[in-house]
Ligand binder design. Structure first.
Ligand SMILES: [Fe+2]
Length: 205
């Protein structure tokens, strides 16, 4: 089952997602949606509703895991499974460490994984900026940790190359595309609609 936007926001409330994580998730969802729509326009088979839901819920386990060593991606996967959301569980569970299908093709998973890497907190950034941020925040000047992070970052670039190979615009242009056409992925607006008319929410696809 793929949840609607309204159902995603209900889960976000149920699991008490912090406001900043919620804002981050909305921006990730906007990027992922736009990317999926562009890829679909080029003939690639992708489920936009799956991309939207997985992006909105990719950090559903995070609030509960803050201040602990618990793996928020694994916990997020558990939450999805507990709600019968198996398709989402596969995306949410591997959104931190890249699971390469080794086929050189991409799926909804790659789109959500990549969109998350383009957002630091609530700001859209390049992969280079994101890498610098992660190295600084989690590297602790420890050569071993730094090497592991750099290895992760290589996988981000691999996904970026795969996703953008069929597209006519560069990764840097993604922000302008979203800004130019904000109504298509306005999930913040969707929340307000949901609160006003909970049964009438439409995703637009
Ligand atoms: Fe996360």
């Amino acid at each position: 089952m793929i949840p609607t936007v309204a159902q995603c926001f209900r889960l976000i409330d149920e699991y008490r997602m912090l406001a900043n994580i919620r804002d981050h998730s909305i921006i990730v969802a906007r990027i992922a949606t736009r990317l999926a729509e562009e890829l679909r326009a080029g003939g690639h088979q992708l489920s936009v509703p799956l991309v939207v839901a997985a992006a909105l819920l990719h950090d559903i386990g995070k609030t509960a895991c803050l201040d602990s060593d618990r793996d928020h991606a694994a916990y997020g996967r558990e939450i999805c499974l507990a709600h019968g959301l198996a398709e989402l569980a596969e995306i949410v569970g591997d959104h931190v460490r890249f699971r390469d299908n080794a086929l050189g093709v991409f799926s909804e998973y790659d789109v959500v994984f990549y969109a998350d890497k383009r957002v630091t907190h609530e700001q859209v950034v390049s992969l280079e900026k994101r890498e610098m941020y992660i190295l600084e925040r989690y590297g602790r000047n420890d050569p071993q940790r730094l090497a592991i992070i750099r290895e992760h970052c290589r996988s981000w670039r691999l996904v970026e190359a795969r996703l953008f190979a069929p597209l006519a615009f560069a990764p840097a242009a993604l922000v302008e595309l979203i800004d130019r056409d904000p109504a298509t992925c306005d999930f913040a607006g969707a929340t307000e609609t949901m609160l006003a008319e909970p049964d009438k929410i439409a995703m637009g696809y």
